[in-house]
Design a binder for this molecule. Structure first.
Ligand code: SF4
Length: 399
């Protein structure tokens, strides 16, 4: 029996992949432990230069308190030298996410199978339905480290959702690298059908999508979101840039007009959030102004802002024309605009009711994924009916 700890950096998919290793080690009879242990697994991220250096720091830290450290995830599949020069007890596992749990468990060594139905260490359960990406955005390293798009059989996804609900998870987030590419051709499933059936799981209170490309916001998907009562009133649709010339240089498959046209019918009924890269090599001040205007016109609230960093092996790997100071200044302007948009949306909740999933003491998210501050004694994991009393810098205060 070995003691182990698992940590992850990056996105929801990285979280799910880390959990898959955790569940396998528990199933093999090993014991999870915070702090020092025999084995550490660090599921790494490489979406930006900063993510790689944070991952490296996390691995170096684990190497000081664990006999063996497995470096898994996107960072491990990037360039192996990303983790060069670390102590000998560090093992870089450059494998697909599907193969990683068995590899790590095999290396640690099974002592006999004990059934372990490990509940996710979060209130909302992320269920991965798709991995990889067959798009080729010029700045993105993900297709290189995760491979082409592939989907889990619908039966396996729906069974996991039933299992997570049985474990007590009230909210499920369908998660993937390029979720809209989901297809189970054999069983005749696409994402709209999966949303309808997943959303109808007995006992499930709320269903969300992690993120969806604008190309996949089809009439069929919109109908499924509208007609499935458990679907949360929120959609995260990456924009990346609000300038057509920059979108072309990024290799994105839409124009600003398409993005705005597809989201316009949803602005009233959904909270729309997004990702934007600032400081892409071809982005000048006029292009950035176009991004600010597009964010306003699309009615986007929360924007995850990513200062551009060239990634190895990508089309734009050798390009980084925008000075760091300009990136910082544009990121600050966009974050300020995003915060103003969030406050405006939160103010509409004052005097109105919502149902909040309490995911930390005194905190949670409403149906449209707006943040709420609730009674600190409200049980974590519970759905709480609330009424908006006021707005703070951090969210809506419940009466
Ligand atoms: S759609 Fe583009 S940005 Fe998103 S994972 Fe695929 S290549 Fe990367």
């Amino acid at each position: 029996m070995a003691t182990f700890s698992v940590r992850f950096l990056g996105c929801k998919v990285s979280h799910v992949d880390a959990h898959a290793v955790r569940e396998r080690l528990l199933a093999d009879g090993h014991v999870e432990r915070d702090g020092a242990a025999d084995v550490a697994v660090v599921n790494t991220c490489c979406v930006t230069h900063e993510a790689v250096s944070k991952s490296r720091k996390e691995v170096a830290r684990a190497a000081r308190t664990h006999r063996r450290v497995y470096v898994t995830g996107c960072g491990a599949n990037l360039a192996a030298d990303a983790f060069a020069g670390l102590p000998d007890n560090v093992v870089v596992v450059a494998k697909r996410s599907e193969e990683t749990p068995a590899f790590v468990a095999g290396d640690v060594g099974a002592i006999g199978c004990v059934h372990s139905d490990a509940r996710l260490d979060r209130v909302r359960a992320f269920v991965k339905v798709q991995d990889g990406c067959s798009f080729a955005c010029s700045f993105c390293v993900i297709p290189l480290v995760r491979g082409p798009s592939r989907s889990r059989p619908a039966a396996s996804v729906l069974a996991e959702i039933r299992r997570r609900v049985a474990q007590g998870h009230r909210e499920i987030v369908l998660t993937g690298i390029n979720l809209g590419c989901y297809r189970d051709r054999e069983a005749g499933y696409d994402l709209p059908r999966l949303v309808r059936e997943a959303g109808a799981t007995p006992g499930l209170e709320r269903l969300r999508l992690s993120s969806i490309e604008i190309n996949h916001v089809s009439d069929a998907l919109v109908a499924a979101l509208r007609e499935t009562p458990t679907v949360g009133r929120h959609l995260h649709v990456p924009l990346q840039s609000g300038d057509d010339a920059v979108l072309r240089a990024m290799g994105r498959r839409y124009t600003v007009a398409t993005y705005l046209r597809r989201l316009a019918p949803l602005q009233e009924e959904l909270n729309l959030t997004s990702d934007v890269i600032v400081g892409f090599p071809t982005e000048d001040e006029r292009a950035f102004e176009n991004t600010l205007r597009t964010v306003r016109e699309a009615g986007l609230t929360k924007i995850h802002v990513f200062p551009y960093s060239p990634r190895p092996g990508t089309v734009t790997a050798g390009e980084d024309a925008v000075p760091p100071q300009v990136k910082r200044e544009r990121a600050a302007r966009l974050r300020a605009a995003s915060h103003e948009a969030c406050l405006a949306r939160w103010r509409t909740k004052v005097g109105r009711d919502d149902v909040v999933l309490v995911d930390r003491p005194g905190r949670g998210y409403g149906d449209d994924y707006s943040p709420w501050l609730v009674d600190p004694s409200a049980p974590v994991g519970e759905l709480l009916r609330v009424r908006g009393a006021a707005v703070s810098e951090e969210g809506i205060l419940a009466a």
